[in-house]
Design a protein around this ligand. Structure first.
Ligand code: ATP
Ligand code: MG
Length: 388
């Protein structure tokens, strides 16, 4: 008996003429991702992905990686058989044992892509159902609410038997939408925003602003750990760590306190825009959500936007914190995000921040700084790292 991994393409199956471009990027992403787990033959036919492990390949690790690959809407493990019912009857009970022993009921479904196969779908279901009842006398057939659905697929090359399937990461294959740069803090929101946009096919770069000695090496490490979790889905991320201390001290010393956060956020946008343009990004991504804090009121966001040289994607804009946390838990960033380390945003927080700022007021405040050279210097000094 050979075990393989089957994947279903999600919405990319709906694409028209450029569907094959999406498919070849998905195959390339999968091959690269699986290469560290041994040899795999990865192919696609009629919107189904076939991952066939070679000798000694780690199929458990490959299955986990496939579940985290964008572009796959469902993933399952299956036993592959020659297209011969006797071979299936002989091998299926043993393969299904680990799925069927712990449950009480099942049903069999058959999909017959090969219409020349001698048995029709209802016959396949009846025959295999009978064999499984013989092999597992504790089981009942329940066609309405079975604990496990056993699926037999008769395809072109061979037949597959599987028990259930898992939801995949969905979205579009990474790299099919170009590149964007995420402004990443150590908080809950920005890793979720990064994941959501990578899921739409974007390759990610990242910018993190660090303000030593006000922020610690440990805080920076936490950000790298968050990016490592996101990279399990998105593939490698280049992160630029920007020394931000000088800018923050200048703002603290020269800008009126109520304006300081927004001036800082505008300088973040300017610096991130320079770095993003240098790495060929077409957009910035932030974890902002409307009204969440004083710097995320509508007026504040308009002022922040004005300082960005690129389109700003804010995928969390209409989400409640609870919804954001649910995604953070789902993708596995939550526990890391809630570790208590300071962020440069919270270092010099004003007591009474402006919530209804006017752009001309902010511009007047910025006259007190040499914005252009501060920003150019910070972008220039960014330290580049590859997160895999
Ligand atoms: P998060 O939970 O992502 O930290 P937040 O709700 O705490 O977000 P802010 O601290 O106001 O909100 O930050 C808003 C957005 O600005 C973040 O989601 C992130 O995109 C960006 N940001 C904040 N701090 C940094 C930083 N140190 N480096 C890079 N980007 C940052
Ligand atoms: Mg934050």
């Amino acid at each position: 008996m050979r075990e393989i991994i089957l994947g279903k393409c999600g919405e990319m199956a709906l694409k028209g003429l450029n569907r094959t471009d999406f498919e070849s990027i998905l195959l390339k992403n999968l091959r690269r991702r699986l290469s560290c787990f041994g040899g795999f033959d990865v192919s696609i036919s009629q919107s189904t992905i076939y991952i066939r492990p070679g000798e000694g390949a780690d199929i458990d690790a490959a299955f986990d990686a496939a579940l985290k690959t964008f572009g796959m809407s469902a993933v399952s493990r299956a036993a592959a058989f020659d297209k011969d019912m006797d071979a299936i009857f002989a091998g299926a009970p043993e393969y299904l044992e680990k799925y069927l022993l712990p449950v009480k009921s099942f049903k069999v479904e058959a999909k017959r892509a090969d219409k020349t196969f001698p048995l029709k779908s209802p016959e396949i279901c009846r025959e295999l159902g009978g064999r499984l009842l013989d092999a597992f006398p504790h089981l009942n057939v329940d066609v309405n609410r079975p604990d496990v659905i056993v699926t037999v697929e008769i395809r072109e090359r061979e037949a597959y038997v599987r028990a259930g399937q898992q939801k995949g990461a969905g979205g579009l294959p990474t790299g099919t939408s170009g590149r964007a740069t995420v402004l990443i803090s150590g908080g809950i929101d920005s890793p979720v925003a990064a994941w959501m946009m990578a899921r739409r096919g974007l390759k990610l770069s990242a910018v993190h602003f660090a303000s030593p000695p006000y922020t610690s090496k440990r805080a920076e490490k936490k950000v790298m750990q968050l990016l490592e979790i996101v990279a399990k889905y998105s593939g490698p991320i280049t992160v630029y760590v920007v020394p931000f201390t000088k800018i923050q001290e200048e703002i603290r010393d020269k800008v009126d306190e109520p304006f300081s956060t927004l001036v800082m956020r505008r300088l973040m946008m300017r610096t991130a825009s320079i770095i993003a343009q240098n790495n060929h990004s077409l957009a910035l991504i932030t974890g902002e959500s409307l009204g969440q804090v004083a710097s995320q009121t509508l007026r504040a966001l308009c002022c922040t936007d004005d300082a960005a040289a690129l389109t700003v994607f804010r995928p969390l804009i209409g989400m409640d914190k609870e919804e954001i946390i649910a995604i953070a838990r789902h993708i596995g960033t939550f526990e890391t995000s809630i570790q208590p380390f300071e962020d440069c945003c919270t270092v010099f927080t004003p007591r009474h921040p402006k919530t209804r700022p006017q752009l001309d007021e902010l511009e007047a405040q910025e006259q007190r700084l040499d914005v252009e050279s501060l920003v150019a210097e910070a972008a220039q000094a960014a330290e580049e790292r590859l997160i895999e």
